[in-house]
Design a protein around this ligand. Structure first.
Ligand code: DOR
Length: 426
């Protein structure tokens, strides 16, 4: 079967393409991408006037909650939400129950994904057993079972000796290592950003130093081991000078942030709104600006969602007891498009951070419109405005501060191999 997408704005950051044109798919593979493709045989035509045609996004920071917390999310619902968000490949974090610290759990996730997932799932395994920061997991066996990277997400490996050995070990096995930068001795018990609002609301604060110290330690270890470290979900302006220094020193590292850190401030929690309780916490306007500038300057090269579903059981309770996290797979794209609207990034630069760079971190070829590649295509209306209702959210959990808020930019169709998903029906 042939599918011809006509007159869309074709944007493929892996090939530096940005032009008005057509894309031809045959039997689930990219056949041609050109200004004008004429075809005189039976073909399914998709008109893409005023729409953007892109390779699928790659989100390397997702919590699918399976196994163990399926009341919040499972592989089927999480990946369905990904599909609706234009994310056609995702890496899932290991803080499941039990944590993904053994080949058995890694294989279980892959097996469930092969039965249930709408999009490609890459499991990330733990750095240490039970994420306790003590005993390093068996990287070789985990990689063989299908782990794409290692991380103790949600927890920083506090012991520098353990982290250094883990980095050397990961280097040996050519496994990416992802760090959740948080010195718990500074953040323990913290609820929101430390500052005016934590004082006003009477909540224990999380100082920016908890993140900055962790980032600096990890960069120093990356320098010493020459093993690249991926710094997850950065939130504060305080880390930026250290990222600059690390670039100047040619230290191997990559840095990531999430849409909430360049969109929202700590003000969101003013009414004890647990939907905005996230770790690291939302920070100040100055931090938001610094994160946007760091994205523009290329100091932060990856945008990921940190999709963290929680049910009302964990969210509709007193602030101190509520879990950290917000869902993000369906807000990743519309919120990131603001970086283009506000002039921080060109479309090519933005999609490099949403497609190419995250793929590089994982060591995989990015989705692209190169001839012969599997069709992983999303068709986006960057101008469509809509209210993010519970009905639109495909995730089992609806915990986002953007619930019932207006968003701009929506995925209309997905072509994944031979399947066409029409997403504009709800
Ligand atoms: O807010 C967060 N939620 N931050 C994390 O690092 C973990 C995540 C979760 O698993 O809920």
């Amino acid at each position: 079967m042939k599918i011809l997408i006509k007159k869309g704005r074709i944007i493929d950051p892996s090939q530096n393409l940005d032009f008005l044109g057509d894309l031809l798919i045959e039997n689930g593979k990219i056949l041609e991408v050109e200004k004008n493709i004429e075809i005189h045989e039976r073909v399914e035509i998709i008109e893409a006037n005023n729409l953007w045609v892109l390779p699928g996004l790659v989100d390397i920071h997702v919590h699918l909650r399976e196994p163990g917390e399926e009341w919040k999310e499972d592989i089927e619902t999480g990946t369905k939400s990904a599909l609706y968000g234009g994310v056609l490949r995702l890496a899932c974090m290991p803080n499941t129950k039990p944590p993904n610290d053994s080949p058995e759990v890694t294989k279980y996730i892959l097996e469930r994904a092969s039965q249930k997932a709408y999009v490609t799932v890459y499991p990330i395994a733990c750095i240490t057993k039970k994420q306790e920061g003590k005993e390093i997991t068996e990287f070789g066996r985990l990689k063989k079972a299908g782990a794409i990277a290692v991380s103790d997400d949600g927890k920083w490996v506090q012991d520098s000796g353990v982290m250094k050995r883990a980095m050397l070990y990961a280097k040996n096995f050519d496994l990416p290592i992802i760090s959740h930068c948080e010195d718990i001795s500074l953040s323990r018990g913290g609820q929101i950003n430390e500052g005016y609002f934590s004082a006003k609301l009477g909540l224990k604060g999380i100082p920016t130093s908890a993140e900055t110290i962790a980032v600096l330690r990890d960069l120093i270890l990356a320098k010493e081991t020459q093993k690249s470290v991926h710094l997850a979900h950065l939130s504060t302006k305080e880390v930026i000078p250290f990222l600059k220094w690390a670039k100047e020193e040619n230290i191997p590292f990559t840095a990531e942030t999430c849409p909430h850190y360049f969109t929202l401030t700590e003000r969101e929690v003013e009414n004890y709104n647990t939907l905005a309780k996230v770790n690291p916490p939302l920070r100040t306007e100055e931090d938001v600006l610094a994160i946007k500038l760091a994205l523009k300057e290329g100091l932060i090269e990856v945008i990921a969602s940190d999709h963290a579903p929680h049910s009302p059981l964990e969210k509709e309770i007193e602030f101190e007891h509520a879990s950290f996290g917000m869902i993000g797979l369906q807000t990743l794209l519309p919120l990131s498009l603001n970086l283009i609207r506000e002039g921080y990034l060109t479309p090519l630069a933005l999609f490099e951070k949403l497609i190419v760079n995250p793929s590089k971190v994982l060591g995989i070829d990015p989705p692209s419109f190169k001839k012969g590649n599997s069709a992983e295509v999303i068709i986006v209306d960057p101008e469509e405005e809509y209210v993010l209702t519970e009905e639109i959210i495909q995730s089992k959990s609806k915990n986002t501060p953007f619930l019932n808020k207006k968003l701009k930019g929506r995925v209309k169709k997905v072509i994944l191999k031979e399947k066409i998903f029409d997403l504009s029906l709800i």
